[in-house]
Structures are given as C-alpha cells and as structure tokens.
Design a protein around this ligand. Sequence first.
Ligand code: PDD
Length: 286
Amino acid sequence: TTAFLNDSYLPLEEARISPMDRGFLFGDGIYEVIPTLGGKPVGMGAHLSRLQDGLDALSITNPKSETEWRELVSALVQKNAQHLQSDSVGIYIQVSRGTVMNRAHGYPEDIPPTVFAFAFATAAPPVEDINKVSVFSVITGEDKRWQRCNIKSTSLLGNVMHFQQGKSAGKQEIILLNHRGEVTEASACNVFVVKDGVIMTPPLDNQILPGITRKLVIDSLKLEGIEVQQKPITKALLDNADEVWLTSSSKEIAPVTSVDDKPVGSGKVGDVWLQAIRVFNRHKFE
Ligand code: PDD
C-alpha cells in the first residue's frame, strides 16, 4: 500500500512518526474517511468542509488547500487501485497537531501538523435488492462518550469501547441513547428510523457526528420530494420502528433488522430502505 506522510508518498510499512506526536500522546487530531467508487469520491466537498470545521475547533491550521486535498485523495486512489483489487476504496486522512519533544497539555505554538493518509479496500456498497442486501443486528446502550461528538476527533476511545460492547454481544453495532433515553448515533454510524412511512433522524448537535452520508441521504431524498424529519428519537420510537438504518461512508445505508434481539418491523428489510438506497445512488456523486 502506498501511503502519504507529511510531504511524501511511501510504502505504508515504512511510514514512521515520533511517539512524541500529539496524535499519539493525546489523540490531538482530526480525521476523515472519504469513500470512492470506481475512482470517484462521494461527498468530497462535504468531507473537506467537515475537516476544516474540526481543525478550526482545535485551532489547527489546515496544512493543505482544498485543491491539494483533492489531489492527494485521487493520487492515493490511483497509486493503490491495482493492488487493492476493489472498486470501493476508502481514503483515511488524519491531521494531528504535530510533534514536540515535551508532553504538555497546552497547544504549542507554530508547529507543523502531522499529515497522514492511506487507502484501504472497503466492502462493496449495498445491492439494491431487499433479499440480497447485508443486514445488521444491533444492541442499544447508554451513550457514555463526551459532549463534543460533533468533532471528528482521532480520540476515539469512547467509540471503540462502544463498538466492542456491540461486538461482545455478537452484534455489528450498538445504537446509543442519551440520558433522556433518546437515540444519539451508533458507535461509527448515524441512525435513521422509519415509522408509518415517515423517515426520521436525530437533529445535528453536540451529541452526534454530522455524518456526510446522513447529509447526502437527506439531500438526495429532498431532491426527489421526500422529507426527512430531523427530531429526537425516543427508545420507544426505536422499539416500534418499521425500519431502522445505519449510515456511514463505508456502509452507505445499511438496514438493521434486529434491535436488542427483537425484530425491527417485520424483521425483513423494508420498502422505504429500497427507495432510499435507489434515490441515494442516483445522486451520490453530485
Ligand atoms: N465513521 N458517527 C460516527 C461516530 C462515526 O464515526 C461515523 C463515521 C459516522 C458516519 O459519518 P460519515 O457518513 O461521514 O461517514 C457517524 C467512520 C467511517 C470511521 O470512523 O471509520
């Protein structure tokens, strides 16, 4: 795999950073995962603008222009297309505050950020077929993360521990609930529910990541005259939903057919999911 570190492309196995990097010591950095299909990125502009928002929140100067980021992403896709042997390639990019030879919490002044990026093969996007699409089973659990989940920080311990909680229960994800018993998001995805034909997702605030797939789903449905309601989703609504979906850059829209070992709706993939994935596929490269 060809990776990118600071100013150069190099084999991933040869990439080295100092253990004094603040990304390593403090998780002091921002990351993005940008999906590409057949070499074409999905939601590139939105990913770069979220990256900028995260860097602004941490007062890290963006080390690259938007054009440079786009070039980096397409170069990594090109350099890795052949050996990854996949049409679906994810590009991980990370900017940490940088390296200084002392460990002090406060932001050091004027140090160059560390830029790291690599390409990886992702699962093929969901097929537009209710009978053939891969389905997800999840548990629910109390959201025990911090109150700045809108920042796409590399400090992912809360998410990692929650994901493992789901995995240990034999599930592929965990849907998290705040202290009011409302859905926030999953450990690495946003959540949508459908009830009586109405599509709903929790509103954007500090409790969730503003997912790019979430945005693309809402925007593409809107283009075809279907409104998504952004409003709090109670556990009761989740339990009584006809459909539950997870969205993320690597999963696009993934149907959930079981929550806490109980079937969602009929226990089968729903019609609204099929409609949504078709609409999403028509607009995702726009
Ligand atoms: N995860 N919520 C959380 C906590 C996430 O980590 C992610 C993405 C999402 C979905 O965001 P998007 O649609 O922009 O991918 C929501 C990425 C893919 C990851 O950490 O690998």
